[in-house]
Design a protein around this ligand. Structure first.
Ligand code: ADP
Length: 580
């Protein structure tokens, strides 16, 4: 919890409140409050004179790169400019932003501030902003969106010596890719061979088609699987190794590839991609949103974009759309799926479907647009996704009666539906200290107070208001299933290596949240965007979540990262060939 460490309160404090003039807003000095952010402690230090906030310094080195880090970097300035702690949270970094705002409020209250009065006197944040210019850029390729697919395409374009620009509407790169926690599916990789894992491209195709309810475009799935091992080699070549191979929902064989140290694959890859781009001298144009595709004689030839201080007209021979999905755009997903109104989302704030809308405006066809995946383990108060690896490593799900109700490693749609079929429409994910010790991701959940912890299963049940004898029986039965390697209740066959028997025990209450939009613009195996007649739109390419067809009616865990690397590379190759 928060700890007030009021520091360096100036000599005026000693002279007491009586010395403060009548209209003084603060007791001058520096006030420091330590609080808990998304990834670790954050310290907010506020300096005030009697009438003004003169400095807000925030330190918090362990915030999620991109999201919390932006909150740490930007909110201090915003508070200083507005002269009140009640500034807008950085979207996508709500936990960090709220922690910072609450800590700044506490610090200012310690300085004697009346926050309501500060709010009433709030200063305009846009004061002093410069007039926007119109700028024109001529280049060969424009890449729109700097998530996993966009940065993959950018690295490829630079490796081929192409002239290009990459736009990103948010103040940071990474998009939804940053949030990918599991890994990347790939078959017949050198890692699998070295570890004696037998797997085939054909099995990968079969699993993906089955997981997607056979709705997927088989040609795209074949392309995904057949190029996955080469994608792993390419990642190796830029120093992004994914050597840890394990099972994931819907996969027949151990196929999901993750970083050695157990960290989330998305954050790891985004770091590697952005440092590679830095080393290559590529600067992503941040805070720059593409608004429209330019077309001449039926061919796409550039984009219009809005930057922080300029409007851009960017002329190019080819455009690659890598703008991600629309899981953060409630209007758009309820347009296609009214039943999902009000469902929480795990998506990054940039996932608003811009690329789909822009492509449609130039005649692109859409495919499977109503196919939206719910992720079954989302903590509802923070929208934080509890990674599938927790179940993959051995956790179980129980309902409010303390009973299992599904094979926890069934596909995401099946597990989500099973949760929604429980009377309370939520469940608890249950694990033990052994799992915590072996999965780094769990620390984040504990630090954010998402976990309920107890020394015995009975105590855990009591804390959750679950009948204690039920939970004890469920755990005993489950541990017996693990010992026998046979799940007699629900036929689970994977994630059965660790019995849940090492106290303390943990539970997190979870329910489904919007996770992935499977549908999007229709592409062919060369990542060319197709029009409603099925013909490529010259000059327009797309890769990643903006596209549809790869995942069909349900995406398997590990296939989003495979999609962005495989099709990000193909889109770049096709665009490069088109420029010639
Ligand atoms: P993928 O996994 O397909 O790479 P991500 O969600 O990781 O998708 O990345 C998509 C990126 O595109 C995000 O960083 C998002 O902010 C960015 N983006 C979305 N719309 C636009 C736009 N209109 N202009 C520029 N960038 C955009």
């Amino acid at each position: 919890m928060k700890k007030l460490i009021c520091l360096l309160v100036s000599f005026l404090l000693l002279t007491g409140m009586c010395a403060v003039a009548e209209e003084a807003l603060f007791t001058p000095g520096t006030y420091e409050v330590e609080t808990q952010g998304f990834g670790g402690p954050i310290t907010v230090s506020v300096t005030v004179t009697d009438s003004e906030i003169t400095d807000v310094s925030i330190t918090g080195d362990q915030e999620t790169p991109g999201l919390g880090a932006v909150a740490v970097a930007n909110l201090g300035d915003a508070i200083e400019k507005a002269q009140t702690p009640n500034v807008e949270a950085v979207s996508g970094a709500t936990v960090s932003s709220n922690a910072i705002i609450a800590a700044a409020t506490e610090a200012l209250e310690s300085a004697g501030a009346d926050i309501a009065k500060l709010d009433a006197q709030r200063r305009d944040l846009t004061e002093g902003e410069t007039v926007r210019e119109d700028k024109t850029i001529d280049t060969e390729i424009v890449i729109v969106g700097a998530g996993g697919a966009g940065m993959t395409a950018a690295i490829m374009a630079r490796q081929a010596g192409k002239d290009f620009v990459i736009l990103e509407k948010m103040p940071y790169v990474g998009g939804n890719t940053t949030k990918a926690t599991g890994g990347m599916n790939a078959a017949e990789t050198h890692y699998q061979k070295e570890q004696g894992i037998e797997d085939t491209v054909a099995q990968f195709v079969e699993d993906t088609m089955k997981g997607g309810h056979q709705l997927n475009n088989p040609d795209l799935v074949q392309t995904l699987a057949a190029n996955s091992a080469a994608a792993i080699d390419w990642l190796d070549s830029i120093g992004a190794q994914l050597p840890k191979v394990s099972f994931s929902g819907g996969a027949t064989n151990a196929r999901i590839h993750a970083p050695e140290d157990g960290s989330g694959v998305g954050g790891y890859l985004v770091d590697k991609f952005s440092s590679t781009l830095d080393e290559m001298g590529v600067q992503v144009m941040l805070n720059t949103r593409a608004t429209e595709l330019l077309v001449e004689d039926g061919a796409v030839c550039g984009v219009l974009a809005e930057g922080p201080d300029a409007n851009y007209t960017i002329h190019a021979k080819a455009v690659i759309l890598t703008t991600g999905g629309f899981g953060a755009n409630e209007d758009m997903y309820t347009q296609y799926r009214p039943d999902l109104k009000g469902t929480v989302t795990t998506n990054a704030p940039g996932a608003t479907g811009d690329g789909i809308v822009m492509a449609q405006a130039v005649g692109a066809d859409l495919v499977d647009i109503e196919q939206i995946q719910l992720h079954p383990t989302v903590e509802q108060t923070t929208s934080m996704l509890i990674t599938e690896s927790v179940r993959g490593d051995g956790a179980i799900l129980v309902n409010q009666q303390g009973e299992r109700f599904i094979n926890e490693l069934e596909t995401r749609d099946v597990v989500s539906a099973a949760e929604l079929a429980q009377p309370e429409q939520y469940a608890y994910i249950i694990f033990d200290q052994y799992l915590r010790d072996n999965l780094k991701a769990i620390e984040k959940y504990v630090k954010n107070n998402l976990t309920v912890q107890a020394d015995t299963i009975e105590e855990l049940a009591t804390s959750l208001n679950i009948p204690a004898e039920n939970l004890a029986k469920t755990l005993a039965d489950w541990n017996q299933c693990v010992a026998n390697q046979e799940d007699t209740l629900f036929g689970r066959t994977t994630g059965m290596n660790n019995p849940l028997e090492t106290p303390p025990y943990y539970a997190i209450q979870i329910a489904p949240g919007i996770h992935h939009t499977m549908g999007g613009v229709r592409i062919n195996t060369s990542a060319e965007v197709l029009n409603t007649e099925g013909n490529p739109i010259p000059g327009l390419f797309a890769a990643g979540e903006v596209t549809g067809g790869v995942h069909g009616g349900n995406r398997l865990g590990g296939n989003a990262v495979a999609d962005i690397v495989v099709f990000g590379r193909i889109a770049a190759e096709s665009a490069i060939a088109f420029c010639k």
